[in-house]
Design a protein. Structure first.
Lengths: 238, 272, 238, 272, 238, 272
């Protein structure tokens, strides 16, 4: 058993229970994409890119009055401690699904009938909370692409370690801790768009963890907003 | 299912549903927090170490447990293996095509897996034969036989029952002689998952396929015997407020107790 | 070498050479299907379901003046002594093929131009003769679906053990015996729709085995007829 | 092949064929029970342990045997392995697409496999190096080069010839020293398969592709050297009466003897 | 280290540095194909067949003003020292690609709009230089099919062994030598349509090897021309 | 990319391009033998043993090296393994679909692999732990992040840099005790690949995607440190004359020297 929180309430990387890891977002990193973003969240290094809305192939998949969304979350072979073979695992397929649903919460799909929006996420380096960092990156990439959105989405996990509810779990806290709760959140609409959890949470702990995750999400939202503003101003200067 | 639907039809159906819901009614006459009847057939498959067929209304699944021996994962040399696999059989619905598992069946597999694993239903440490070399592998295979909503709970109950009643050939060395005894799996508790959906402000437990097809959000929560939340999975493409979520937890918890009581009764009837 | 028939001419499970295992058929077990049936034949437990006739996708597969039939025979992972991985084996693919052909013998495919009939068979528990039990179940499911048929089909194997020709082989008789001959049969048209065999049969033994299998099939036909009648009367009562 | 055909065209072709058959004639002038010429080229592939190219009329296949070592199956620790694999090469017909083996090529593989295995052509028990651990594996790979009906028999003859003439590197420990000797596979007999189709009441041996495309039933029967029936496979989507079936057996048996004589002559010419 | 060239300048199989292995070409060996050829080049035994120009399926792949070419190079399981599993390897996929490109150099694709030309190559027995022998066989099969061509193509490798530039490497010279350079060539247009090499070549050696390969190709062209003439005259006689 | 294009559009674009080229100009103003700027970010992935992000103009790739242990190939028991794998990520271009590697990514993988292997950049013989049993495997994975032509060179530089700067956990037994030391891979030299295309009589180094889409031929040549040619790959569906080929070699060789100087400077700046 590894001790994850010391006598001073500090975590292995020196953070307090409610402290985020550093988050850095860069918008417009993939030239060919209609929108793209790069995020560093802790040791996570993730690229997201949006292609579309574009024509649907094969035709029989199209929906006459709204857009289809596809999402692929993929981890590079060198992104993990042990090399990860390139073919998608069940975990990657499930995360692709929950990310797609989270996205669908913010998109005005009816504005793009008969079309498809492809979102690709590549994890270049993974750390705890990669699906949360991915949704933030996706949201930035969608904003960059100019697709109509109801709100932005950000993602941040909370969890439980050494009996305490903590924010934004690192890899080791995820593996050795007692619970993990990835949350994605629309800050202006105040709605949860992705929620998973596992571990052992009392009802009280569950509520505390959810509140903490939302608090973290609000902070990440500020980082995202800043990144988008910066990109926006830069564009203005041209 | 992630069937591609026109939002026109979807919206029409939803409007009708909402009309009814505004009177707190459901198409099949149930109360919003009411489950359909749960029917259980224990041990239908004698070749499996444990098995159970579970119906919730017209949703029908069958789970079978096979216990074999194999190598442990390198990062858990001191634990047996639990492998959960759900298949949407093509005979279960006109919408299912044969083929390798798609995202929906992978989601069911993984949500059931997490619920069992995180609740610590099974003491995997007791399933080691030789640490790092040889352990027991508990394969839980779930066949979806007929789809009418709430596959998560049907699959979960079937998986839990087939694990809870499974007996495997345990090799024991007794005074130098190897003996094989039919042994139950090392159980700690019975976890239960409860699935609900939201349509507008309404929370409906145990949705039918028709209800599920117009859900805003779906939420599956697994509870252990002390009422702890062990695993959760949000579905659906509409956001959920914190208040709604807490309300779902409050509605789900007592329902989990009811279902657990049913499961335990079935087990104790069968193995008094 | 295991002795399969004792000095009194009785088999390991107590049957005589020309005795069937118990057969039980239930019709209409899968609510969503257009027709379905469940069979227990010895330790075989098999579900069959029919979807269709329905539209063909992709379009270029359709045949303008008759229906296509597809069949998938699949064994559940828990259906066998050792767990069977879920992906179809070559054996399952071959059996799917011979079952489809057997079915095509009884269907009026010209009545359903441009359409497809999908038949899915799931072996929940396997025993000797699972392909024979499958064709009986398919036939019941087709009848349940109301698709036009020239006749019913039933299936029953014969074979050879300890030098004797025997009816309806169990798992161990199949594995340890000297020959296996699965036969499917249309009782009213008196025609064989599926025939495979392996082992070592003299010409005389071959003929005897075939006659015995047909005799067995006629008995199974009675069980099938009863199951359908029962379902039919029940429907009347409604 | 299971080509999807319009029944109109199929029926037209069948009517013409039946006209001819009513005069006991076939399109290529053969008698109903007559085979096309069988051409055999032994050992075309020197890198294989054994090989044979076989043509029946315009149907052409090539089989190659590779003998390697490997683990036995857990349930037959005392036997070597026989693995038969037929590929419909896309160059063999305009109807064949590249890709993993489909149901038709799997059927050919399995029918050939059963014919060889059930006739006990090979004594697999002599192919054991260390029981349960190491055995010889006999891979029989069959390439379909050109399709003009009766692939079953062409594939079977090619497989049988390549096995019967194969020599493998047998390791023998002789006075403590390991020696490798080129050794023939442990043969017991030469099985032969004979394929016929029915069109109406007629039984045609060795059908061409054109005939095969309108068959009612197809029947492949494998005979051992004593005239026993070792394996059988019915094809086609029309039922067969018991009388027809017995007639097919009566027609096939002497033909099997003829083909066996041919095979044996080819072998003894090559290895006098 | 194996000595590949002896004191008399002779190679293991007795050839001089600029000597070809025996080459034998037969045209029209696959009855069903629109064109086909069989080549023996050293121990290589290779069949090539052409189907098309024919209709494209699925439709969305067709190109309105020219033909698509597809090529599949495949090795039979028994073609190699160790049995090769039937599924295509990365090597086979790459060779299929370079063969397709080589072919595209000689075809008048604009003459066959909206259609597809399928070329299948099966290596029945492999030796050094199988891709070169394949392109010769393909070229013969294309000529046999009557598809419009700008020129023929032939293939022959050169390489380096024991420090010398040599022509038409055998298996062992390929494996144990210091360099391999497969070249395909259009003799009348005097152009290279396929070129790969690996090993260590000085600039001078590279040029020498290329010249030698072209010299070899010209000799193979004579063999190919003769094979086609023979087939042509035979056709005349009919 | 092997995008299927109409030859009308292709020919139009080519005509425009040829017009410009007749004045020895390129669309982006470069000289025909001029590379776009090469940007390098060393070691962006800390979890990899070595890594590098390389951009050539708007083409961007990232390579990561992982060193693990495994069994050697049976025919090279005395050598470690080098495994190169390039993925065209679907985020890199509107034309790339997710899925298993297609012929284009396999070609990049194999051309990079041959360039590294044949130049003998790595001394694989020093990567043996126990001959025939256990060796180090050097996995080089290359992600294509944005496509704008000349993927071969970008992938090659990224692969070379990530290998050249990688450190792996080498197990050394020292006085009976096992020690693990971070060790650089056993390098011999820095190979460089140079890619050019021909359009008509013109030779263009480092093509953009737009230029690449109308190439006649493409040629990638890898040079070792002594100017030897170690690997070559022709692309394109138009023949190349011997003279053109020699001209390409003459143009590529000095460019390889320039790029090698850049690579070496980057390495020595990072690890002085």
């Amino acid at each position: 058993m590894i001790k994850l929180i010391d006598e001073n309430g500090l975590r292995l990387d020196g953070r307090r229970f409610d402290e985020l890891r550093p988050v850095k977002i860069e918008v417009g990193v993939i030239k060919n994409a209609n929108g793209s973003a790069y995020i560093e969240h802790g040791k996570n290094k993730i690229v997201a890119a949006v292609y579309g809305p574009r024509e649907v192939h094969p035709k029989h998949l199209l929906i006459p009055d709204r857009a289809i969304v596809r999402c692929r979350y993929h981890m590079s072979p060198f992104s993990t401690e042990e090399r990860k073979p390139p073919q998608p695992t069940r975990r990657e397929i499930e995360i692709s699904l929950v990310l797609r649903r989270a996205m669908e919460c913010v998109l005005f799909l009816e504005e793009y009938p008969r079309s498809i929006i492809d979102v690709y996420v590549e994890v270049l380096q993974s750390d705890g909370g990669s699906r949360c960092a991915s949704i933030t990156a996706i949201s930035a990439a969608l904003a960059d692409s100019g697709i109509s959105m109801k709100d932005l989405i950000v993602g941040c996990a909370s969890g439980k370690a050494d009996g305490q509810i903590i924010l934004d779990l690192s890899d080791i806290e995820d593996k050795e801790g007692e619970g993990d709760m990835p949350v994605a959140y629309m800050p202006n609409l105040d709605k949860i768009t992705l929620l998973q959890f596992d571990g052992i949470f009392s009802e009280e702990e569950f509520k505390k963890a959810l509140d903490l995750a939302i608090m973290g999400n609000k902070k990440i939202y500020e980082v995202l907003r800043k990144a988008l503003m910066e990109k926006y101003f830069k564009t203005e200067e041209k | 299912m992630s069937f591609k639907r026109s939002s026109i039809i979807e919206n029409l159906r939803k409007t009708q549903m909402l009309d009814l819901l505004s009177k707190q009614k459901r198409l099949d006459g149930r109360a919003l927090n009411e489950y359909r009847p749960i029917t259980i057939r224990l041990n239908p498959i004698q070749k499996a170490n444990g098995s159970a067929e579970v119906s919730i209304g017209d949703t029908k699944v069958i789970a079978g447990v096979k216990v074999e021996t194999g190598e442990p994962f390198p990062d858990t040399p001191q634990q047996g293996l639990l492998i959960v696999n759900a298949e949407f059989l093509p005979l279960s619905s006109a919408m299912i095509e044969p083929g390798p598992p798609d995202e929906d069946s992978i989601e069911v597999s993984r949500v059931v897996d997490r619920g069992i694993r995180e609740s610590q239903m099974l003491n995997l440490k007791e399933l080691v034969i030789e640490p790092g070399k040889l352990v027991y592998c508990v394969f839980v295979d779930i066949d979806i036989l007929n789809i009418d909503g709430n596959l998560f709970d049907a699959a979960f109950i079937a998986a839990v029952l087939s694990i809870a009643t499974a007996k495997y050939d345990k090799k024991i060395v007794n005074e130098g002689k190897e003996e094989i005894t039919k042994t139950p799996l090392p159980l700690r508790l019975i976890p239960v998952s409860v699935t609900s959906i939201t349509i507008g402000d309404n929370i409906l437990l145990d949705p039918t396929e028709e209800e599920d097809s117009v859900h805003d959000s779906r939420m599956t929560i697994t509870f252990d015997e002390e009422g702890h939340l062990c695993a959760g999975q949000k579905g659906g493409s509409v956001g959920l407020s914190v208040e709604q979520l807490f309300k779902i937890v409050d509605l789900s918890k007592p329902k989990a107790e009811e279902i657990r009581a049913l499961i335990k009764k079935v087990i104790s009837n069968a193995y008094p």
